[in-house]
Design a protein around this ligand. Structure first.
Ligand code: ATP
Length: 503
């Protein structure tokens, strides 16, 4: 695995996985572009998630809802009122910080001093942040008196009171920009699932329990985007809303926790590197009965959330439904006089309409990518003493499955065979197969080790019957990324060989 974030950032840029967004104009903070290999890896991660959660189950449906949503959706979901992070300004330079990030980034002693001044337990960071939020005037004084420094200038700051900053991106819809024509870019994909609950039930005749899965972009105007693609303003999520009968929710919650850990393992992110945080009651989001945060041990950052698995009760459907009073909703929901749909489903036993409970496994694609890359990253010292970097990606995630390399790029008899092999292997539908004639063979191998290509196939003079050994005619060399072993394989058997290996 990678030792530091820097070595990952460097590899990602060098080999074309990830670039800073808008780079030629100086970059835009919190936005990244996925390059030629990044887009493949990302697509492969999403495909693996979709396969596991939609195709391999009989109780799931897929969805792709729009990104811009009616403001009523995000009002009744609670996002307009509560989707905010606490922010403080440094009056000396006008810079703004997310309060918890600011305190966390201070030297140990400073954090303890803030806790002492707030009368909070210095060992309990979440409780300290809660105390700072609850007493803004005292918080401002404590930050100053404890000598909290501005991470940008390094100087002790002059801090305002913390105040909530709503993270939703607002945009105008249509040609007239009046007070009523705004909408929001969704801050999570989940709401598109809840608003389509009735459509999906009506069109598929689903009964409880069943789930809806969605992968898509979400937007959060993070106060301090940072740590490469870990915290960005335009992100992608893979979310499931699994609807179940009230009373069976706790069992389903455990089911999804296990299932999701198993999936991470299958992507090369082992259980031993993920801590399960049973989020303490006082830190739970207002809609949640219980939440497990999966905390992956990121290089440099340490344990940070890669996925959240929440029991959201009947809060969401209960908030978006009409006729709330007659439905026996258990969560505390605000009144809704705007919705035109009753979001119920027959109870499996009584057949009476019920608002189901929801278990939500919600994972970030960008954070997944970072974890997968971190785990695959390997530095090896070879027998001859030289060092190689190799991405030991699971084959189903590798951006390029096979590179086909003609040993001489201007010899038609060799290139034509290489091109034919590339076309044949591409036809297997395993993913991208690359015709690679960009440099010498040593360089090509090094490059493909670094981007995780499982196999390199080389067409040489022997292949076309112009080498020393006639018995090698119509065979190619296949090189294994991990073992570095090389094997001669008959062209006629190559497709089957590759298919077997990449299964
Ligand atoms: P954090 O506490 O780190 O801000 P969160 O608890 O707000 O995250 P959720 O609202 O639970 O995150 O979102 C579900 C998932 O979406 C997270 O587990 C994470 O993988 C991903 N995610 C959330 N915010 C971001 C972001 N700014 N950049 C990248 N991924 C994100």
């Amino acid at each position: 695995p990678a030792n530091s974030m820097e070595e990952l950032v460097s590899l990602c840029k060098r080999r074309g996985f990830i670039f800073q967004g808008s780079e030629i104009y100086g970059g835009l903070q919190g936005f990244y572009d996925y390059g030629p290999l990044g887009v493949e890896l990302k697509n492969n991660i999403k495909a693996a998630w979709w396969r596991s959660n939609v195709y391999e189950r009989d109780d799931m449906e897929g969805l792709d809802a729009s990104i811009i949503m009616h403001r009523m959706v995000l009002r009744h979901s609670g996002h307009e009122a509560t989707f905010s992070d606490p922010m403080v300004d440094n009056k000396k330079n006008g810079r703004r910080y997310r309060l918890d990030h600011l305190v966390k980034d201070q030297k140990e002693g400073v954090q303890a001093k803030v806790a002492e001044l707030m009368g909070a337990d210095p060992q309990n960071f979440a409780a300290l942040v809660a105390a700072l939020n609850a007493n803004p005037a005292q918080a401002s004084a404590a930050l100053k008196d404890a000598g909290v420094r501005d991470p940008f200038s390094g100087e002790v700051g002059d801090w305002t009171e913390p105040r909530p900053f709503n993270m939703m991106f607002k945009t105008t819809i249509g040609p007239i920009a009046d007070d009523d024509s705004y909408g929001y870019l969704r801050p999570e994909t989940a709401q598109g699932i809840f608003t389509n609950f009735k459509n999906v039930v009506d069109s598929t005749s689903r009964r409880l329990p069943f789930g809806i899965a969605q992968i898509g972009k979400a937007f959060r105007n993070e106060i301090t985007p940072r740590n490469f693609i870990f915290r960005v303003r335009e992100l992608e999520q893979m979310e499931i809303e699994f609807f179940c009968t009230p009373g069976t929710d706790e069992e389903w919650h455990e089911h999804w926790l296990e299932r999701r850990l198993k999936w991470w393992e299958d992507q090369g992110v082992p259980r031993g590197k993920i801590e399960i945080l049973d989020v303490p009651k006082e830190d739970l989001a207002h809609y949640s009965k219980r939440t497990y945060d999966l905390m992956y041990d990121y290089p440099t950052l340490g344990h940070e959330e890669i996925e959240g698995i929440a029991n959201r009760t009947d809060f969401d459907l209960g908030s978006h439904t009409k006729a709330q009073a007659e439905l026996g909703i258990q969560a505390r929901v605000d009144e809704n006089h705007d919705s035109v749909a009753k979001l119920t489903i027959p109870h499996p036993e009584t057949n009476k309409p019920v608002v189901p409970f929801v278990i939500e496994p919600s994972a970030g694609v960008d954070r997944a990518m970072l974890a997968v890359l971190a785990e695959a990253f390997t530095k090896e010292t070879l027998e001859n003493g030289s060092e190689r970097i190799v991405l030991k990606l699971r084959p189903h995630l590798a951006p390029i499955k096979v590179a086909v390399i003609p040993l001489a790029r201007n010899r038609e008899e060799i290139t034509s065979v290489a091109k034919a092999i590339k076309a044949e292997l591409q036809g297997l539908g395993l993913g991208r197969v690359l015709y690679e004639d960009s440099g010498n063979i040593g360089k090509a191998y090094r490059r493909h080790d670094e981007v995780g290509t499982p196999y390199c196939v080389t067409v040489d003079f022997d292949t076309v019957g112009k080498g020393e050994d006639a018995s090698l005619t119509d065979t190619v060399t296949v090189r294994d990324r991990d073992t570095l072993g090389q094997e001669r394989v008959k062209i006629s058997e190559l497709a089957g060989w590759i298919r077997e290996k990449l299964k």
